[in-house]
Design a binder for this molecule. Sequence first.
Ligand SMILES: Nc1ncnc2c1ncn2[C@@H]1O[C@H](COP(=O)(O)OP(=O)(O)OP(=O)(O)O)[C@@H](O)[C@H]1O
Ligand SMILES: [Mg+2]
Length: 377
Amino acid sequence: MSKPQVCTINRQYFECYVAPFAGYKGDNLFWVILKKLSEKESDLKNSIRDRVPEDCLIGSSAVMCKLQNMATRVAKTDATVMVTGESGTGKELIAKLIQQNSRRKEKPFLIINCNAINDLLLESDLFGYEKGSFTGAHSQKKGKFEVVDGGTIFLDEIGDISPRMQAVLLRVLQHGEIVRVGGTSPLKVDVRFIAATNRDLVKAVKDGSFRLDLFYRLNIIKIVIPPLRDRKEDFLELITHFVRKYSALFGIDIDFNPESLSKQLEAYDWPGNVRELQNVIQRAILMSEDGILSADAFTFDNSLVDKEQSNTLSSVIKRFNGTPLKSIVDQVEKEIIIEKLAVNGGNVANTAVKLDICKAALYEKMKRHDISAKSLR
Ligand SMILES: Nc1ncnc2c1ncn2[C@@H]1O[C@H](COP(=O)(O)OP(=O)(O)OP(=O)(O)O)[C@@H](O)[C@H]1O
Ligand SMILES: [Mg+2]
């Protein structure tokens, strides 16, 4: 029998395995001590949990204050909101802030990733279906829009939505009604929409990949979150928040100087924005020795910056001296894709946007170069 931990010890185990060896003479003292130890451990765990700050929007730079203010004001209305900003800037956090401050806060908050699911699945999942409307539709099923009634729907990555779903969504936004797949009669639904994207939707409208009418329906209130590198005033607060949060979560006491750390971290470009800062801090806390957090403990993917600097045209030419042109192009293409995927945390959709090619083309290139997005997450 393996030895259980103190917190899971029970009376029977105690009497069989502990008492005989500990000189237990029938009084309860030893047992009581063990029980107390186990309670202390669970108290400790609870107190750590209590000290971990909840996910909240941090930052009191002028632009973030304006943004928070706007989010809480629009929360009181039912207006559709479009949140834009680079990856990791906090679009989902803003959407949650709006929901939490709205009259719908006790109702469901449903996140729909518009690029993740195929059209028919998405449509039947969202709007439900009637019995017999397609193979496998053995009974009628309510869709998420009906289930979420009264709540908020967060349309994430709206810039990647297919043309067919754009048309369907437009109908919902215009009339507040849905029709189940295979159904005929419209059903009224009461949902509030918040959409988000890191794509340039104006450009998408111009090149015809995003409908203008849908664009106007979604863009009633527009919230633009600036990249972290453009709001340096927020560093101090963000760093302090994340160090507190993760040191409590990991149970590691950390000593650090927020001001000097902030000065040092501001110098980096933070292409992955707040998400990247959060990850870097987590890693540094876990790797810290003697509970001291200094800038040396932080590791960024500086290799990307170094590579950019060293890859001047002449060094590229020297490196590929004598190589056929096609191999050079292939090799450079592969390196660029790997680099961009790494910066975007392995997110193919975001990388495609950054490279200004469509997702399908990027997948094709990744397949050809044998690149796995998973390994770059
Ligand atoms: N201002 C902030 N204060 C505290 N945490 C933040 C802030 N901004 C972002 N974060 C944190 O950073 C992470 C990324 O945020 P979020 O998922 O909202 O970004 P996003 O803009 O939706 O990114 P993506 O475009 O990649 O989906 C989350 O863990 C979030 O809690
Ligand atoms: Mg997001």
